[in-house]
Design a protein around this ligand. Structure first.
Ligand SMILES: [Zn+2]
Ligand SMILES: [Zn+2]
Length: 259
């Protein structure tokens, strides 16, 4: 079966505790769906030095097994598919340097930014759940912009994740999204249209965001955000994400230059 996109850089594994299937099943499903370039980007382990244990990412101890498994699959399937080893990571201002030190020991090909919490997971809150605290939206915006400026991220996953519901929602989100789009354009960083969010009917990917991205002329990228190998075969959702980009005249980045 031919897929209508042939690259996907947003793929999880069961180590994050909210994805299912073996690593190999993800590779075989991707090949079956016509994917030619597959990036694994599981939720990164995050060394904070506080002993905090996350419920939505692999532990520090699991990193070794993750990198080994994906590196082995990369070699084993190299005739059929190009595999990259990445992580999806937040830019936590206090801890990001510790993450980069930690990653220096592993064969990391790339990172995408998925800013799920501000200012971090332990002290902060999940921005994808409804919130009315304007300061939290401003922190999200600042964190995403600072993260992009590190030069470590190849793209921003679900930039429109914040579920801000304050009375000034329209204006506040326009301000936040405009700042993110402007900086992404300046740094030439693609912004993701997240297929999983679309499949679930989440607040993202949002028309509000894509309209602003079209005003700034941003590049977008379709990220499948796979948490189940079966999702590679959801051609309908892929097609609808492509149509969203086309409706706003947004250029879709098909392939990233990695390493
Ligand atoms: Zn996830
Ligand atoms: Zn993800």
């Amino acid at each position: 079966m031919d897929n209508i996109i042939t690259t996907n850089y947003h793929t999880h594994t069961k180590r994050c505790m909210h994805a299912v299937g073996e690593d190999r099943e993800y590779v075989e499903a991707a090949i079956g769906a016509g994917i030619q370039v597959l990036g694994f980007s599981d939720h990164t382990p995050y060394p904070t030095g506080t002993g905090f244990v996350s419920g939505m990412r692999m532990s520090l101890k699991e990193a070794e097994g993750y990198f080994k498994s994906i590196t082995d699959l990369k070699e084993e399937y190299k005739k059929d598919i190009k595999i990259y080893t990445g992580v999806e990571a937040e830019y936590f201002p206090e801890h990001f340097h510790k993450l980069m030190e930690f990653m220096a020991d592993y064969p990391l090909d790339y990172m995408i930014m998925g800013q799920h919490y501000v200012p971090d997971e332990e002290k902060g809150r999940y921005v994808g759940a409804p919130f009315r605290d304007k300061g939290m939206l401003m922190d999200y915006t600042d964190n995403v912009i600072e993260g992009m400026k590190t030069g470590r991220f190849v793209y921003v996953a679900h930039p429109d994740l914040p579920n801000y519901t304050g009375s000034d929602m329209e204006e506040a989100l326009r301000d936040s999204f405009s700042k993110i789009c402007m900086e992404a354009k300046r740094l030439n960083i693609p912004l993701e249209i997240n297929m999983l969010g679309h499949m679930r009917g989440s607040v993202y990917p949002s028309d509000r965001f894509l309209k602003i991205a079209s005003e700034y002329g941003n590049d977008v990228i379709i990220g499948m955000d796979i948490h189940n190998p079966k999702h590679f075969f959801n051609n309908k959702a892929v097609k609808e994400c492509i149509e969203m980009a086309q409706n706003y005249g947004l250029h879709i980045v098909k392939e990233l230059k990695l390493g």
